[in-house]
Design a binder for this molecule. Structure first.
Ligand code: ZN
Length: 246
């Protein structure tokens, strides 16, 4: 008999699974709103058409599925065999006929969901390695997929905005980005103020310093700018370049 509900009994994990499924549903809705001809149009990512974005999200779901299988079987299966292989796969996927590209997206999404659903409690803490070389517990794949589906839905450029993204996703994204700046030492001393989110405090290497160059805006505007997708919605600092984070 096949389980029709999540194997985990952990309430927090169940809530995270529900959230990632909502994000995936949003992503798939934005893909389905595009006609086949519109797939050929540009995305918000330089050099990438919408086809590239959809191929990337589909192959990324397959790569995450490999991490779930790694955690549940103990047999090491990396996300990608190499960065070149990842890029070649995306370039190839972007050339697929529209039906095949949509099938890739749908099938990869369903497979990943089934793997998560059938993952027993003890495997969620098993460690796997991301494409960037970070060692993380399997639970991290829930966040990795959430981040991909929400940001890339905006990148499709057919109506999704950062203001559509749940605040919990935006705030984790922002803290990941600021953390990467600190780790890579790429923040030139910015003072970042997120209006309407006092719980975040001031962020950036220049936090709390009156003389620091200031970036200010609401959470969607700051997350959009910090992720490299334009500062035009900021109240202050729109002319400042976002530090590199990947
Ligand atoms: Zn991505």
């Amino acid at each position: 008999m096949v389980a029709r509900q999540d194997l985990t009994t952990d309430e927090d994990l169940k809530a995270q699974l529900l959230r990632v499924r909502r994000g995936t549903a949003f992503w798939s809705r934005k893909v389905n709103e595009l006609t086949d001809d519109e797939l050929d149009g540009p995305s918000l990512l330089p050099g990438w058409s919408r086809r590239h974005v959809i191929a990337h999200v589909g192959y990324n779901a397959r790569a995450l599925t490999r991490l779930v299988q790694w955690a549940t079987t103990g047999v090491e299966t990396p996300m990608y065999s190499s960065p070149q292989a990842r890029n070649q796969e995306i370039a190839y996927g972007a050339t697929l006929p529209a039906r095949a590209l949509r099938h890739l997206n749908d099938h990869a999404s369903v497979s990943l969901n089934v793997e998560w659903r059938d993952t027993p409690d003890e495997a969620w803490g098993h460690e796997v390695r991301t494409a960037q070389g970070r060692t993380v517990p399997l639970t991290e794949t829930l966040w990795m997929r959430s981040r991909e589906v929400w940001i890339h839905a905006v990148d499709l450029d057919n109506g999704a905005r950062f203001s559509d993204v749940p605040r919990e996703v935006l705030s984790r994204l922002l803290s990941d980005i600021v953390g990467n700046w600190a780790a890579k030492n790429t923040d030139p001393g910015l003072r970042i103020q997120v209006t309407g989110a006092p719980e975040l405090g001031e962020l950036g290497a220049g936090a709390g310093q009156d003389s620091a160059r200031t970036v200010r805006g609401d959470l969607p505007a700051v997350a959009q700018w910090a992720s490299g997708r334009g500062g035009h919605r900021l109240e202050a600092g729109a002319d400042l370049e976002n530090p590199r984070w990947i």
